[in-house]
Design a protein around this ligand. Sequence first.
Ligand code: NDP
Length: 465
Amino acid sequence: MSDKKPCDVDLLVIGAGSGGVRCARIAAGHGARVAVAEGRHWGGTCVNLGCVPKKLMVQASEYGDYVADSHGFGWNTEPGTFDWAKLIAAKDREIHRLNGIYVSMLEKAGVRLLTGHARFEDAHTIVTTPTGLDPKAKPERITAERIVIATGSAPTRLPIVGADLAITSDEVFSLPALPRRVCIIGAGYIGIEFAGIFAGLGASVDLVYRQDLPLRGFDEDLRTALHEAIGQRGITQHEKTSPTRIECDGDAFTVTLDNGNRLTADCVLMATGRHPKTEKLGLETTRIRTTEDGRIEIDRHFEATQPGIFAIGDVTNRLNLTPVAIAEGHILADRLYADRSREWSFDTTPKAVFFTPPLASVGLTETEAAERGTTDIYLSKFRPMRHTLSGRERRTLMKLVVDQATQKIVGAHMIGEDAPELMQGLAIAVTAGLRKADFDRTIGIHPTSGEEFVTMRTRTRVSGD
Ligand code: NDP
């Protein structure tokens, strides 16, 4: 600012998603005068167009399995019919409830809410413009000693002919009807989760991806087991191929692949990654630098190249997971307003993909661990008890990756029912640096799948020798 007038607030957070809300609330709790600007929806991607509605839809998609599986247990049940509109309405009510909770949490914390699109006028001044969130809101100008950019990310479309004919995860939660045939491009988190949702709800699904296995970056054994599970779910996989164009033919779409095949679908979902949301922020009025792929450059304390401006969450494009953004927001607020410092390791951040069956991981993959040193691998693949009677062909795979020199568990991986629930507990053990002997002396809970993690006695192989 050109003059020395005190700022209107100590901290202004741009974006009321998971990271921004946590940062604002904690900072206010430490006594800072805080404002949050939001132009789209309270709670951000996770609550409105991500984790929360996705998980509800995954749950909706699994009821058909329960009915079918019950026959093996003596039930004479019929599948019944599924009502898409009813699910979407119920989901929307829940999201609306959560939006209200986010607003009231911020208000209770004493945070000032600014409704509108925020734009930098200079490094300490933000102006907001009304948006659809509240068209009646007035434009505001506010000055802040510090500013946190927590604007998240947006879906990226492939630059192919007809890309705009595809929907992304921004539109998938409000489709007017359940499509009969869905073509999904990309086999990352979103592609895999929606392939599971649509298949479970009865649609026929084509999954197109350019690798030989889905979910690049996950452990190879998990990826192989997932490939098998996707096939068992009745999804057609088009591996090692990419789309070259999408065309519209009346109500249907044709997706042409680079191997010459053409797929017909009622809906094409492009799930090909996300990019940081920095456009129209007016960053050019500051000294904030972005990288070629659009992320805001930050140092280890989340500070951008303009002192006093910070960035957290997806806009920094590091590990784009809700709990990571929340942790970053909390750590930053503690450091700025309570003089507390805390760091965590990306190496032990657990993650899950909610396919049916789901998969979850914490720590290093076998390949990553083997690059660091000799590694003991423990693997177990079995049919879970439920499916001995249900008759469903579904296997569970569990894997421990152990650093041979220290005997520390450096990675745990699972595909199978309840994998994310189980992995949350294992993440504590891996974060604490527990050793294989600690797992071995832990008593199992019988009969569960989880007990397998503490009864894997025989090493399957050694890696990285
Ligand atoms: P991902 O990065 O997970 O997956 C992107 C997919 O698109 C990959 O299969 C990738 O292939 C493919 N792709 C990218 N570029 C191209 C290209 N030029 N041509 C062909 N294929 C391409 O992104 P998503 O969109 O699935 O999800 C975005 C992010 O959101 C995730 O990375 C995750 O951080 C977060 N998320 C987390 C969830 C969770 O925690 N459960 C759920 C949903 C989202 P390749 O592997 O070859 O690059």
